[in-house]
Design a protein around this ligand. Structure first.
Ligand code: MN
Length: 498
């Protein structure tokens, strides 16, 4: 048997072929199916991967959520903490504020107390000074009073005696000036000085000052050059205080001048609102550094060892007075040439009503002419003062003097003896002079008798109080014999005509 070499060893019949074909088809389908399976598997893998991703995503987002919630929690915790802290701060701040308020309250109370204490201390100082002034004036009254009597007595004194006596008198009046200045300063500083401001005709005041100061100038050989104010110029001021200020400046210009120097006084109107009075001396002058200290109390600019008396208070008082009246004070000085002080006072129109007292032209004349015996009752507890007035009266034979040591005795003697005039001390044992006056006023028998107060209580307020109580006049100790006689004669005059 030979085989066709080209013939495959195996041949398929038709059925086989079909079989073979179907097998191929089967194979192809299988391949395809297998591919499909692979695809599906791949797909599944993808899906799985996606799922994993998703799961991861979910996990991440959950983590994020957790983180976020944790962050939120943390943030809210932070917030809470901050709030708590803020709250704590607020509580602390509130407590601090309360503490501060309490402290402020305490400080307020303390301030009030301090103020009260200062006021008390000021009042005590004021009372002390007025008391001291009274205590100093009382012995000074005897010293100056008897010295004045010696001066006018007979037989006349020898020259040596007279020189010594003049020293006593000069020092006595000087001591009185000191007392007055200290008292003035105390009153100004306590804010108790009451000014009575009114239109003041300056030419009048200047003339009065000139009359008072010229004897002093003549003693020192000082030439006075007075350029008076226009006779229509009024200042709005306290007349007494203007006079005090001018006298102080004028006497300084004399004191601190050279021998045979000059003092020029001038009156100008630098502005329409003010009138200026300037006082120029030809003294040594002051360097700038001393000018600055001029208005300080108790600063005598190195004059302590010098010949000139003074407390160094005068200019301080002067400045305060001028300023209290709404004016100002100034000074210019050139060493070796002299100093010029000026004061500016508020200018005022003429007063609308002339308010002149209608006193008799010469109050003493009538009493002097009348030689009928007059009776004076002096109510005084101080023996030296009693003796002084007794001896002054001795020089006037038409007056006889009765005396009483206290107010009760005084009013009893007044009722019994009906004196023409009563001289009444204020500080008396038992009832005061003011109370005694009240008794005299209430009794129709004694109501008409003029009563003159004579007291060492010399503050302006004391005088005011005395005059308001109804005294005919108020004399302060130490007395000037001439002024005392003038007041007494005036009272006698009124008593006679009444
Ligand atoms: Mn007395």
């Amino acid at each position: 048997m030979g085989r066709d070499p080209g013939t495959p060893p195996f041949a398929w019949g038709a059925t086989d072929r079909r079989r073979k074909e179907s097998a191929v088809i089967d194979d192809e389908a299988t391949v395809l199916a297998r591919e499909d399976v692979v695809d599906a598997r791949e797909e599944a893998a993808h899906v799985r991967e996606d799922a994993v991703h998703l799961r991861e995503g979910v996990a991440t987002s959950r983590e994020r959520e957790i983180c976020a919630s944790e962050a939120t929690q943390a943030a809210s915790d932070d917030h809470m903490l901050m709030l708590q802290q803020a709250n704590a701060f607020l509580v602390v701040a509130t407590i601090e504020a309360q503490k501060l308020t309490e402290q402020v309250e305490i400080a307020k109370v303390q301030l009030e107390q301090t103020k009260l204490e200062a006021e008390k201390a000021n009042l005590a100082k004021s009372n002390f000074l007025s008391g001291m002034s009274h205590e100093l004036r009382t012995p000074l009254n005897a010293i100056l009073g008897f010295a004045q009597l010696l001066e006018a007595g007979s037989p006349p004194l020898t020259d040596t005696q007279n020189t010594r006596l003049q020293q006593i008198i000069k020092s006595g009046w000087y001591l009185l000036d000191l007392i007055n200045e200290v008292l003035d300063l105390a009153v100004i500083e306590s804010g108790k000085l009451s000014l009575s401001q009114e239109p003041v005709l300056l030419i009048d005041v200047m003339n009065e000052c000139r009359a008072m100061i010229e004897p002093q100038a003549q003693q020192r050989g000082i030439q006075f050059d007075f350029l008076l104010c226009d006779n229509t110029w009024f200042a709005y001021a306290d007349r007494t205080r203007v006079k005090q200020v001018l006298i102080n400046l004028l006497s300084n210009a004399i004191k601190y001048n050279r021998e045979h120097g000059t003092v020029s006084v001038a009156c100008t109107a630098p502005t329409p609102e003010f009138i200026r009075i300037s006082i120029k001396d030809s003294g040594a002058g002051l360097p700038a550094e001393k000018l600055a200290q001029l208005f300080q109390p108790f600063n005598r600019l190195g004059q302590e060892a010098g010949n000139e008396e003074g407390t160094g208070i005068g200019l301080v008082v002067t400045k305060q007075l001028v300023e209290l009246m709404g004016g100002s004070i100034g000074v210019e000085s050139t060493v070796g040439v002299g100093s010029e002080f000026w004061i500016d006072l508020i200018r005022d129109g003429a007063p609308r009503l002339a308010t002149g007292h209608t006193l008799p032209a010469d109050p003493a004349s009538k009493a002097r002419e009348n030689t009928a015996l007059r009776t004076l009752l002096y109510v005084e507890d101080n023996p030296a003062n009693l003796m002084l007035v007794e001896q002054i009266i001795e020089g006037h034979p038409h007056i006889r003097m009765l005396s009483a040591r206290d107010g009760h005795l005084g009013t009893a003697i007044a009722r019994a003896q009906l004196p023409d005039v009563i001289l009444m001390d204020i500080n008396l044992p038992g009832i005061s002079g003011i109370q005694a006056l009240e008794i005299l006023r209430k009794d129709p028998v004694t109501a008409h008798i003029p009563v003159l107060a004579i007291s060492a209580n010399a503050m302006q307020s004391d005088i005011q109080k005395g005059l308001e109580a109804g005294f005919f006049g108020y004399l302060t100790k130490p007395i000037k014999v001439s002024e005392f006689m003038e007041a007494l004669n005036l009272a006698l005059d009124v008593s006679e005509s009444g």
